[in-house]
Design a protein around this ligand. Structure first.
Ligand SMILES: [Zn+2]
Ligand SMILES: [Zn+2]
Length: 275
């Protein structure tokens, strides 16, 4: 059993439920540690067709206050962590640096969702007509950015390490079979390890029907070979998603020899076995 979920969103962004409802769901599932990791604000010019940034900007202090209130409420029963999922955009590192320092986060998850000004995980239609070659260029860029993200030193956890496959999973799988792809990915994972970060293993991909968690088996095998710590995530956007698919995630991580996952409290890594 996995008793830690480090990745969850609320109605302050595009989640459905309040901080209180998400934490109550975590307690009901018997989690020992639950981390809220609401999305960050982004610099101007980076957005999706349908976005929540304005609402989030107006309410961000309430997000923090509510998480801290829930932490007090559950003290002694469940550890509630204050986290953040920050969009890492290489050209906007100064913005990210400021956002990470704006509150006493237990941890910041670095997430790649943008290439230049394109939020690449927003719409299947935007990927539908891309050539295989163009898709590959996006895959390659993703892992260059992942390496830069790690080297920025801003983050504790690398989110959904192959989100870029979301709308072209078959092309991604074919790309992964090539030695150059694995060499590139290995470099980014080595940077994550070097920075004392953890690699996220997420059930969100299962929920989205991809048939495997993030990241794919060849990436998990590389992570295990490098001795890279992992942290478990549901990336819940509703109370019902908290710890979703964790039985399957535990079995998946075991396949690669993992017996412990980590979380971060006040930026310090703590390990705990799972079964
Ligand atoms: Zn994300
Ligand atoms: Zn997320």
């Amino acid at each position: 059993m996995i008793s830690i979920d480090c990745h969850a969103h609320t109605a302050y962004s595009h989640g459905k439920d309040s901080v209180g409802d998400m934490v109550a769901a975590a307690a009901e599932k018997g989690l020992a540690v639950f981390g809220l990791s609401e999305h960050s604000l982004r610099p101007p010019g980076y957005g999706y067709a349908s976005d929540y940034q304005e609402r989030l900007a107006a309410n961000f202090p309430s997000y923090i206050a509510e998480v801290l209130e829930e932490r007090r409420k559950y003290q002694g029963r469940m550890t509630v962590l204050l986290g953040l999922e920050l969009d890492y955009i290489p050209a906007e590192e100064a913005f990210a640096r400021k956002a990470c320092a704006a509150a006493a986060y237990d941890y910041v998850i670095g997430g790649l969702h943008f290439q230049e000004h394109w939020g690449f995980d927003g719409s299947a239609a935007e990927w539908a007509n891309l050539s295989t070659q163009t898709c590959r260029e996006h895959f390659v860029r993703y892992y260059h950015d992942l390496e830069k993200m790690a080297c920025s030193g801003l983050f504790q956890i690398a989110a959904h390490p192959d989100l870029i496959k979301l709308f072209r999973p078959d092309d991604f799988q074919a790309w992964l079979d090539e030695p150059d792809a694995l060499a590139l990915i290995r470099r980014s994972l080595a940077a994550i390890k070097e920075q004392g970060m953890a690699l996220e293993v997420s059930s969100a991909a299962l929920r989205k029907g991809l048939g495997e968690p993030y990241p794919a088996p060849p990436i998990m095998a590389l992570a295990a070979e490098l001795g890279l710590p992992i942290s478990f995530a549901s990336d819940a956007h509703a109370a019902g998603d908290v710890a979703w698919g964790f039985g399957e995630l535990a079995a998946y991580a075991h396949r690669f020899g993992y017996t412990e996952s980590v979380w971060f409290q006040q930026k310090s890594m703590i390990s705990r076995p799972f079964s």
